[in-house]
Design a binder for this molecule. Structure first.
Ligand SMILES: [Zn+2]
Length: 523
């Protein structure tokens, strides 16, 4: 289905994307700030993640489900600890796509073995229910997180299949998906998960397998949302976006990570089906978020009580929740809308959030993490019981959604740099590195990018291989950048429009862009 190993999100051959993501190995970040973050992630954070998952009991939970564990179930009363294992596995999978590592492959193999052993004969897999509530399946949907865990498993399996070609985890994941389909699929009992993620995961699985059932199930879960299936819960149906049908949801409400993972699923469904109502709603929602509910840092979700978006302009700097996962989900959503529309504003928000709302979530040594990222910290507002509001980053969390989410974004970061397709090659994010792409004409092209970004605004792009033909090279002029100029073979263009792409079409050569006197994208 996919032309090659592709990205977070890739798109199918019949996709309605106007920009095409590149394959997993087509962009390499070779230096600068992000290469160093990726090095630390690979060498320190990912091995540390495996240790923490063992220490926190996530692995023992799977052993207990397999009947080989000896301890007690860890993490009570949290039903979603399996998802941390899968998010970490996804991160390791992208990392193995960046380069082989016997150590990481061994660690991944261990975790995959645990998941495979825990899987029931009929394909069901969720250690919380298998160990603590055997026989209870898919009935505690508002807060049970069964499909959420399944969704993260699918994402990890797709990443592993794309980068390594190995289908061991994919075999586990597709059996889980079959089990979910039998219980809650389009022809089964109507139900949805209180925490979205399976929607985008199923679209991604469809892109890998080409199996229409997976796309149909994603569409079914989206269509069922907004009709009160989950009940009022503690915080009302808006908490899990069950208050309005997705095509009528033009503002962001409720739990921020839930809202944004669902938004990714909506955008993904548009990319594969072309149903305009999905894109229109998603774009309106994005505008509402950026205009009224986004911090300067790109962080989102202001309320602690239910980890939710607040009212419009309810953006207290000191009580900002700004969960690291929400920043990551925002980046994932903007990426999908960028593919769908080609509009630079989505790449702008990715940049703003990467440097300011996401990067704060992990320490420079890669060993500790913020869950909450306020713009101002008041000592009296700390919540030391869960470290969520602590002034210090923590090595791990009881609810450890953020650390492995940081890991998977860093290991997959190269996906967000460039696209290639009918409109030529687009550079969306500026990092020192190389880009290789095959254009629809079959021409193989290569770029080399040199820049001190974000510390300086000068970006030098060399066309190392042109494929023997002329094609457009589109360079994003950041929305914050005034007075940008572009120099191509001695010819200079001045005062480029910010928040748009400056396009060059010629044979070979070198372009320098986009800023003559730049501020950096740092806040
Ligand atoms: Zn989180």
């Amino acid at each position: 289905m996919n032309p090659g190993p592709a990205a977070v999100a890739a798109v199918g051959e019949r996709s309605h994307a106007v920009l095409r993501p590149l394959g997993a190995g087509d962009v390499e970040i070779t230096g600068g700030l992000w290469a160093e973050r990726q090095r630390i992630n690979r060498e320190v954070t990912l091995p540390l993640g495996a240790e923490q998952l063992e220490r926190a009991g996530n692995y023992e939970n799977l052993r207990l489900a397999a009947g080989t564990g000896t301890g007690s179930y860890a993490g009570l009363p949290l039903p979603f600890l399996d998802s941390d294992v899968y998010k970490w596995l996804e991160a390791v999978s992208w990392e193995l796509g960046r380069g082989p590592s016997a150590k990481l492959e061994a660690l991944a193999g261990e975790a995959i073995g645990l998941a495979a052993a825990a899987q029931a004969d009929d394909g069901y897999l969720d250690s919380y229910y298998q160990v603590l509530k055997p026989g209870v399946r898919y009935v505690e949907l508002p807060m049970g997180h069964e499909l959420y865990c399944a969704g993260h498993l699918v994402q990890a399996a797709v990443a592993r299949a794309r980068t390594t070609g190995r289908t061991d985890l994919l075999d586990v994941a597709t059996r889980v998906v079959d089990n979910v389909e039998a219980a809650l699929g389009p022809k089964a009992r109507p139900g949805i998960c209180g925490h979205p993620v399976i929607e985008m995961a199923l679209v991604e699985l469809y892109r890998l397998t080409g199996d229409e059932r997976h796309l149909a199930m994603a569409a079914c879960f989206l269509d069922r949302r907004g009709h009160g299936l989950l009940g009022p819960g503690t915080y009302g149906p808006a908490y899990y976006q069950d208050d309005r049908p997705v095509r009528e949801a033009t503002s962001v409400t409720g739990h921020a990570v839930r809202a944004l993972y669902l938004a990714c699923g909506v955008a993904d469904a548009f990319l594969e089906t072309g149903e305009r109502a999905l894109l229109d709603a998603s774009a309106a929602q994005w505008e509402d978020m950026v205009a009224t509910r986004t911090y300067l840092t790109g962080g989102v979700g202001s309320r602690h009580r239910d980890e939710s978006f607040g009212d419009p302009y309810e953006l207290p700097p000191d009580r900002a929740y700004c969960e690291t996962c929400a920043a990551i989900a925002s980046i994932m959503w903007s990426w999908r809308l960028l593919l769908a529309t080609g509009e630079a504003r989505y790449a702008d928000l990715i940049e703003r959030t990467l440097y300011n709302g996401f990067l704060s979530g992990v320490s420079l040594d890669g060993r500790s993490f913020f869950y909450v990222n306020p713009l101002q910290l008041r000592a009296s507002h700390q919540e030391p019981s869960n470290n969520r509001g602590s002034a210090q980053r923590a090595g791990w969390y009881r609810c450890a959604c953020c650390p492995p989410n940081v890991m998977r974004l860093l290991s997959s970061l190269a996906h967000y740099v460039a696209t290639a397709g009918e409109r030529g090659v687009h550079l969306h994010q500026y990092v020192p590195g190389t880009v290789r792409a095959v254009l629809p004409s079959g021409a193989g092209v290569a770029l080399e990018v040199a820049t001190g970004y974000p510390w300086t605004g000068r970006v030098e792009v060399t066309v190392a291989a042109s494929g023997g033909e002329a094609w457009p090279l589109a360079l994003r002029v950041p929305g914050w950048c005034r007075g940008a100029s572009l120099s191509v073979a001695g010819e200079e263009r001045r005062d480029l429009a910010p928040g748009a792409y400056a396009t060059v079409t010629r044979r070979g050569g070198r372009a320098t862009a986009p800023c003559s006197s730049c501020r950096s994208p740092r806040g």
